[in-house]
Design a protein around this ligand. Sequence first.
Ligand code: GMT
Length: 379
Amino acid sequence: MRIGIVCYPTFGGSGVVATELGKALAKEGHEIHFITYRQPSRLDFFSANLFYHEVDIKSYPLFEHAPYELALASKMVNVVRYEKLDLLHVHYAIPHASAAYMAKQILKTKGIHIPVVTTLHGTDITLVGKDPSYEPVVTFSINQSDGVTAVSEDLKKATFDHFEIQKEIEVIPNFIDLERFKRQKKEHFKKAICPNDEKLIVHTSNFRKVKRVEDVIYVFDKLRKVIPVKLLLVGDGPERDKMERLCRELGTCEDVRFLGKLDAVEEVLSVADLFVMPSEKESFGLAALEAMACEVPILSSNAGGIPELNIDGVTGFNCNVGDVDTMTDRALEILSSKNLPGFKARALARAKEFDVSNILPLYESFYKKTIENSLETAK
Ligand code: GMT
């Protein structure tokens, strides 16, 4: 198939899933055309089946906000037309699903039919999408998509709860490349961070409010009063300064390191003993899956779709959002030398269920079904 993939080319989960999906599809022989405003961060190599089309967002003194959606829709029209695409797959509803709708209508006037698949990732539904300033467009463009997928059962339910959706939604979970995400021998790195064999806690995120990074720090602060521990915080975002201040207030700075955005996050995960994801909302929790693939148990909140991934008492624990006391108790349970090896092994076993080789065929058959159904409807 010739597939156009539209996504945010950032470190965010939806961009990562879209990029990895495109790469995996290309390996299977499909021709993949990325349509984004910047080269996606994990797409910096040559492959015969991968193409990149940059959305050129022209500004003009009259515009206070450059019209991204129009530039994107125009680019989609041209790529579908000249590259003869079979399908457009847009990731994150805002504004990608409505731009795809516009492109589809323009192409129709040229006698070209293009089926559109929209994948809902999380905040496009649970936070931004349901805001009254976007809701009508989000509802309309989901209903106009030829196929809709969501990354968890919980996100599917939230979509039906918050929007008037007449479409079926297929759940296709996030996936992981176990070739890349696996525990590597990085003993020298572990020794440098934990010279006295401390347990290593890791959190990775985009430091948005919804991630509740402060809970990671509060849990860590309680833990370090009981056992020797160190904390690595990977990623960057709006809450980072506040979190650095909190560490200073709590006096934890000497045991905490902020590493910023990292490409090779698997190297850090390879030396971790516990991954903490206390999010307020989280449709799936790709970062937790990456940790599990590196044999790291998960201490998480029970928000959104996280419990569909992190099995309570098996691969880690799920606690109520903000309940840092219970989180600390659970962390101690996981980190005890009696329990830790079992949690690590079960985290890996669970991650294997989400291997890309299991999930890719779900997307391929969804594409085929969507193309067939949309051709029927277009007749
Ligand atoms: O994690 C983020 O905030 C980024 C966000 C995105 O849309 O880029 O991630 C969402 O999509 C990921 C991939 O499907 C999911 O694994 C994350 O759980 C989800 N984030 C939230 O729901 C907050």
